[in-house]
Design a protein around this ligand. Sequence first.
Ligand SMILES: *Cc1c(COP(=O)(O)O)cnc(C)c1O
Length: 379
Amino acid sequence: MKFGTKAIHAGVQPDPTTGAIMTPIYQTSTYVQESPGKHKGYEYARTQNPTRDALQANLAALENGQHGLCFASGLGATDAILKLFKPGDEIIASSDLYGGTYRIMVRVFSEFGLTFRFVSLDDPANLKAALTDKTRMVWIETPTNPLLRIVDIAAIAQITKTRNIQLVVDNTFASPYLQNPLDLGADIVVHSVTKYIGGHSDTVMGAIITNDDETTNRLRFIQNACGAVPGPQDCFLALRGIKTLHVRMDRHCQNAQRVAEYLQKHPKVSQVYYPGLPNHPGHELAKKQMRGFGGMVSFELVGDSLPEAVRVMESFEVFSLGESLGGVESLCTHPASMTHASIPKAEREANGLKDTLIRLSVGIEDADDLIADLERAIG
Ligand SMILES: *Cc1c(COP(=O)(O)O)cnc(C)c1O
């Protein structure tokens, strides 16, 4: 089955009691048992819920994986993955990372004895140099947030596979429509469903997809034991969002390409970060491992003035200033003070993230209106 068909049908069956074509919202905390332990496969809603089951099966299919597990947020999913490890275990993460992922690693899990090292992984050779005999996991994002760098998933997987290290890919920016890390050798895919998968800025949720039975059993145990599960109403909204994922992503890609090309020609713009631009250092690799370049574009203004960047962000009329991304509406974010404020300034700057960087989540509005908004705001 191809992607658009899977998006609409995978994991979803007409409701067995009524034939309802849309998976019902099973808003229940528990299930009646016939006799102690004799039930229909559902005991308590933290452990199992039919609306969540449909979504988990659907997401697994979209990532070409065997198993899907949903969590109350993307970071809830990240938390579960980090709980696979033990004190003394070492994790290498790419240095250009979502701020919240950095925060849970450095401020929560290092307190429990996990060691984290942040390495620039756009060059896979850097990974080889950073590995030790304690390394148990490599965590990457690609495209990265907010600098849209491209990391070679297959090349990193080649290094981790031979050493029995788990490779986790945060596939939030690409979505399963544009990139399937499991096919490229990753062991675990994590998503903030909040973003493109949900797609309508109305739900916070996370997901994990894997092919490995043992990892899944452990993650399923953690999902139930630690309890960061999403509610059925949110699962319904995510399922509804997914039905148009492929259609939305095509438009996100088209609009972002137009916005990036417009910005690149603008005399007041000094730098544009978008993997769909031929001069982007990861362009060829993105063409190889992705089916499109996505909807995220970051840029800097000539002169690198923070007040001027702030003035532009305040001047938008169609782009709304806010955290998050991946919804149908266009958003603009100031990573240094918003999504990445939890990373110390010196570390941000060492990674190339300037205080003047503006990040756009290009929505699916009419591209002419988006360009006109940029023109008005940048001036
Ligand atoms: C938003 C985001 C997360 C965290 O997801 P939440 O649903 O907000 O908890 C993780 N990774 C990336 C790349 C994100 O953009």
